[in-house]
Structures are given as structure tokens and as C-alpha cells.
Design a protein around this ligand. Structure first.
Ligand code: HEC
Ligand code: HEC
Length: 224
């Protein structure tokens, strides 16, 4: 009891002096993080995702209903992708650090608040259960994903990217995506065209991937 009172008194004394208004933190945060902090609702995002808004044509047309694209299309799924990652990518398409003719144009038509609520909408969509064929064997891809390749100084992808379905953290995306998409991303990192990775982590790594290894990785993740 005395301890509880002491803690209460201590917090009275300490808290007011150290509380900082959220706006004072904002300058430290990347812009996409501010957009997320300021948008709590996903309804506006759902509307744009399903119906579009001007040049931002309906996301569902390519990314599928609920962010799950139709099988056989090259579009990345958005369901199950962390909210932070979706928001960051839309900012990156908009500022050109991840150039893509289709997505850059769409992202330029979106405000910060709209990006925030689109990210929240997709984060609220459940990833459907997958039925994976158990017999597909992708030896080289699996080796790189689980162990990397010491002779080429390639770290295991899974060390950072974590679960194939849900990723390794807020801005470590899940990699279970269509093969054509994964292969395009690795080539874009390797060529330096996509340059939105902090500390050049993916660009440096991709430079050590051969065409055959990119294909092996794309096939591996395409089957996940
Ligand atoms: C005409 C088809 C099309 C439409 C419509 C579309 N996208 Fe995309 N989207 C793509 C393609 C293609 C890519 C992959 C581009 C690349 O290689 O970077 C992509 C990539 C993305 C990514 C990156 C995903 C990742 O895992 O890195 C996000 C996020 C995204 N789109 C969000 C949206 C949102 C939100 C909308 C609606 C406002 C939208 N897209 C509308 C085709 C489309
Ligand atoms: C040291 C940590 C680290 C390792 C190891 C790593 N990655 Fe990444 N990867 C990242 C980060 C961080 C990003 C997100 C960059 C950004 O913000 O757009 C990323 C993004 C990607 C993307 C883009 C996904 C998307 O939808 O936008 C692909 C594909 C990818 N990595 C593949 C790989 C593969 C394949 C390997 C193993 C050969 C690998 N990564 C190993 C950190 C890592």
C-alpha cells in the first residue's frame, strides 16, 4: 500500500515534467508514420479501394477484393502486409524512390490521410488460409531463404523477412507473392531503380544474386 502511494506520488511529480505533446515527436517521424498516426479510420480507404477516386483508380481492380489478387496475375497481395509497410510504399511511389509507372501515378493522386486510411483498410483484411501443395521442391530457393549462401555473402532472407505470410516486422514485408512480382522487385533493387530500402540493404544484397538465383527465389516464394 505504501509502495503504491509512493509510486502514485512519484508519477505525479515526474509525469507532467516529461510528457511531450505528440506534435513535438512528429518532426522525428517519417512522413508515412505521421500519416498513420493521424488516420484512425479505414472507411475512406475502403471506399477508394473498391470505387477509386479520380486518377487513383480502384485498387481492387488489380489487387483483388480484400487485397487478394486473382491467381495467375502479377499483382502483389496487400492483405496480411503490415500497415506500416503499405503506408511507406505508397509514400515511396509518390516521391519516386520506388518508381513504377502505374503505382506512381496512383499514389500521386492520394493525400497523406488517404494513404493512412488505405493502409489501415488493408491491414484489417484477413489473409485467407492457403492450401499449399506439399510436394513442390525448390532446393536452391529454399537454401537461400533458410540459410543464405556464405560464399556469396548472402544472408538468409528469412532472418529479416520472418514469416512468408506475415513478414518479419513493421517494415519487413512478407515475401509470399507472385513469382513475376518478386523477380521484378529483385531486379529493380539490383539495378538500383528501386532505392527506397534503408541503408541500401536490399540493393547491396541483390547485386550478389545471379539471374538464376533471382528466378529460384521468385519460384520459391511464388509457391508459398
Ligand atoms: C492497374 C493496376 C493497379 C491498380 C489499380 C493499383 N495497383 Fe498497386 N500495384 C500494381 C502493380 C503492378 C504493383 C507492383 C509495382 C512494382 O513493381 O513496384 C503494385 C504495387 C502496390 C504496392 C506495393 C506492395 C508491396 O508489397 O510492396 C502497394 C502498397 C499498392 N500497390 C497499393 C495500391 C493501392 C492502395 C491502390 C489503390 C489506390 C492500388 N495499389 C491500385 C498495380 C495496381
Ligand atoms: C538485413 C535484412 C534483410 C535481408 C537479409 C533480406 N531483406 Fe529483403 N528487404 C529488407 C527490407 C528492410 C525491405 C523493405 C525495403 C522498403 O522499405 O521498401 C526488403 C524488401 C524486400 C522485397 C520487396 C518486397 C515488396 O513487396 O516490396 C523483396 C522481394 C525482398 N526484400 C527479397 C529478399 C530476398 C529474396 C532476400 C534473401 C536473398 C532478402 N530480401 C533478404 C531487408 C532484408
Amino acid at each position: 500500500m505504501r509502495r503504491a502511494i509512493a509510486i502514485a506520488l512519484l508519477s505525479l511529480a515526474v509525469v507532467p515534467a516529461t510528457v511531450t505533446r505528440s506534435s513535438e515527436f512528429a518532426a522525428e517521424m517519417p512522413a508515412w508514420q505521421v500519416a498513420l498516426a493521424e488516420s484512425k479510420d479505414s472507411d475512406a480507404g475502403k471506399l477508394i479501394a473498391t470505387q477509386g477516386k479520380g486518377a487513383a483508380i480502384a485498387c481492387a481492380g488489380c489487387h483483388g477484393a480484400n487485397g487478394m489478387p486473382a491467381t495467375g496475375t502479377p499483382f502483389p497481395r496487400l492483405s496480411g502486409v503490415p500497415v506500416e509497410y503499405v503506408a511507406k510504399q505508397l509514400f515511396d511511389y509518390r516521391d519516386g524512390s520506388r518508381p513504377n509507372p502505374v503505382m506512381s501515378q496512383i499514389a500521386k493522386a492520394l493525400s497523406d490521410a488517404e494513404i493512412g486510411s488505405l493502409a489501415r483498410y488493408y491491414a484489417s483484411q484477413e489473409l485467407p488460409q492457403k492450401n499449399r501443395p506439399p510436394t513442390v521442391e525448390h532446393r536452391r530457393g529454399r537454401q537461400l531463404v533458410r540459410y543464405g549462401d556464405n560464399t556469396l555473402a548472402i544472408p538468409a532472407c528469412g532472418d529479416c523477412h520472418g514469416s512468408d505470410d506475415t513478414g518479419g516486422g513493421p517494415i519487413l514485408p512478407p515475401l509470399a507473392q507472385p513469382a513475376a512480382y518478386t523477380s521484378a522487385q529483385l531486379q529493380a533493387f539490383r539495378a538500383g531503380e528501386r532505392h527506397n530500402d534503408a541503408d541500401r540493404v536490399m540493393r547491396e544484397l541483390a547485386r550478389r544474386l545471379s539471374d538464376a538465383d533471382i528466378q529460384a527465389l521468385a519460384d520459391y516464394y511464388g509457391g508459398r
